[in-house]
Design a protein around this ligand. Structure first.
Ligand SMILES: Cc1ncc(COP(=O)(O)O)c(C=O)c1O
Length: 481
């Protein structure tokens, strides 16, 4: 950027000044039009003062106000800590093992066969992908889904969520967020000008010695109902939930559905872990409940579905009356998503559609394998006195660290820093294990109430789980009297 401005300055120097600025640091300078030594010429000191005044007068607020208060991101912070030491990383949610062969082959196919897949495709989704998503999910949602009107392909589920918030949430609108929540819902609401309204899932007491379960964490129906006002525009649901692993029951979804209908509220449902459910639990899409399709946006992710988080292919399904507004955001932002990734995802779904319901289906095999990981992790964490909350879905579990909080309350950290954050930093440094403090999944006022849990990811290779076991064994040895 380069430019020129003439201003009258708050000093005796009246002559027009030419001020030049450029984008590089220290490249702002000022020229007086009086010759050096002439009566009109100012001294260096005056010039410096004028320059300061001028800089102040010209100072513009650089970041847009919509960024206020949302500059911190837990994934950036804890990702950095994880990369700095020799640790076993059970923090961020991604598989550290190869994707299934059929997915790798589908991608290879997409990059090597049809050269036109190197080019732009349709703005709202590569047609074979929108077609298979429509037919595949149509059955689950009990709808005839039109690939052109009811499907939008996005840059990951993140892209779907961002597009939905931008399209529907207006300044002053309220968005109900169920805590603990996938952390981006709050900044996305704020960036759209909305006001997040939080309601927490509360754990029911367990019997002595019994492990807690994510199904014990429930919404208080009266409290939930009290959050709906005439300004409520949307409610965001996440089932199976990250970080808790809760799979919402039909009765819980019916409660949410009836309140959304009663108050004319849109439900944005993030179902990226829908295939990862355990112990015979069943994932139910809220859009399949009576009267809900018309007011629901269902978000999915190929990254979570086929263990390929780097592909960043996501989608959102919903009625045309809602999706048309998301298309407006999409066509004026990313316009369309990378073609080859979409072609690969289409091929993966085509295969899964043929195998669906059979034991060889990936959607049948993956949860079985990952349930084994979950159970392995539960046993290992218990061995050092951590108390995992058994998740019924997703690839995360949270674990209760209250015993540590009472035994070692004074871990290093800022006085107002929630205990779980201090504990995770201590654990990374002293035990070589990375987890995520659960308070990052809560609104600021509720953080202190839930600062005695940390989240682990069990979508990890056997070798990573064994490395975790070794770290935990050393920890256990230290604990022995
Ligand atoms: C609940 C939830 N929604 C959305 C996403 C983002 O998915 P994607 O990688 O497809 O953008 C994640 C990623 O961790 C998630 O946990």
């Amino acid at each position: 950027m380069q430019g020129e401005a003439s201003r009258s300055l708050p000093c005796s120097l009246e002559a027009p000044l030419s001020v030049f600025w450029s984008s590089g640091p220290g490249r702002l300078w000022l020229e007086s039009n009086y010759p050096p030594g002439s009566p009109g010429c100012c001294t260096t000191a005056t010039l410096t003062f004028c320059l300061l005044c001028l800089q102040l007068a010209m100072a513009k607020r650089l970041p847009a106000r919509r960024l206020d208060g949302i500059d911190h991101n837990p994934w950036v912070e804890f990702g950095k800590l994880a990369s700095e030491a020799d640790v076993v990383n059970l923090g961020q949610g991604f598989p550290d093992f190869p994707p299934p062969d059929f997915a790798v082959e589908a991608f290879q196919h997409a990059v090597s066969r049809d050269f036109m897949l190197n080019q732009y495709t349709k703005a709202f989704g590569y047609p074979p992908l929108t077609k298979i998503l429509a037919s595949f999910f149509g059955k689950f949602l009990g709808q005839v889904i039109d690939p052109l009107k009811n499907v939008l392909v996005t840059v990951g589920a993140y892209g779907a969520l961002f597009t939905a918030f931008q399209a529907l949430v207006d300044v002053g609108d309220e968005v109900i967020i169920i805590e603990p929540f996938f952390d981006c819902y709050e900044p996305m609401t704020l960036m759209a000008g909305g006001r997040p309204v939080f309601v927490s899932l509360k754990p029911c007491p367990t019997q002595d010695g019994e492990l807690d379960s994510s199904s014990n964490w429930q919404l208080d129906p009266t409290e939930l109902a009290s959050k709906f006002t005439s300004r409520t525009k949307a409610l965001i649901l996440n089932t199976p939930n990250n970080p808790l692993g809760k799979v919402f029951s039909r009765a819980e979804l019916e409660l949410v559905a009836s309140l959304c209908q009663q108050h004319d509220v849109v439900c944005i449902t993030d179902e990226v872990y829908q295939w990862l459910v355990y112990d015979g639990y069943q994932h139910i899409s809220i859009a399949s409940l009576p009267g809900m399709w018309e007011r629901t946006l269902t978000v999915g992710s190929a990254g979570k579905t086929f263990s390929v988080t780097g592909w960043k292919v996501g989608w959102v399904l919903g009625p045309d009356s809602l999706l048309k507004h998301l298309r407006t955001v999409h066509q004026n932002s990313v316009y369309h998503c990378p073609t080859q990734g979409q072609a690969a995802v289409a091929q993966c779904f085509e295969q899964e559609q043929m195998l669906f319901g059979q034991p060889s289906s990936y959607f049948a095999q993956l949860p079985q394998a990952i349930q084994h990981n979950r159970d392995h992790m539960i046993r290992s964490l218990q061995s050092v006195g951590l108390r995992p909350v058994i998740p019924q879905g997703s690839y995360f579990l949270i674990t209760d660290i209250s015993d540590f909080k009472s035994k070692m309350p004074d871990l290093p950290g800022a006085a107002d820093e929630p205990y779980d954050r201090r504990f995770v930093k201590w654990m990374i440094k002293n035990k070589g294990l990375v987890a995520i403090p659960v308070s990052v999944f809560y609104s600021v006022p509720h953080r202190k109430l839930f600062d005695h849990y940390i989240r682990f990811c069990f979508m990890k290779d056997e070798s990573t789980l064994q490395a975790m076991d070794q770290k935990l064994q050393m920890w256990k040895d230290e604990l022995r009297p």
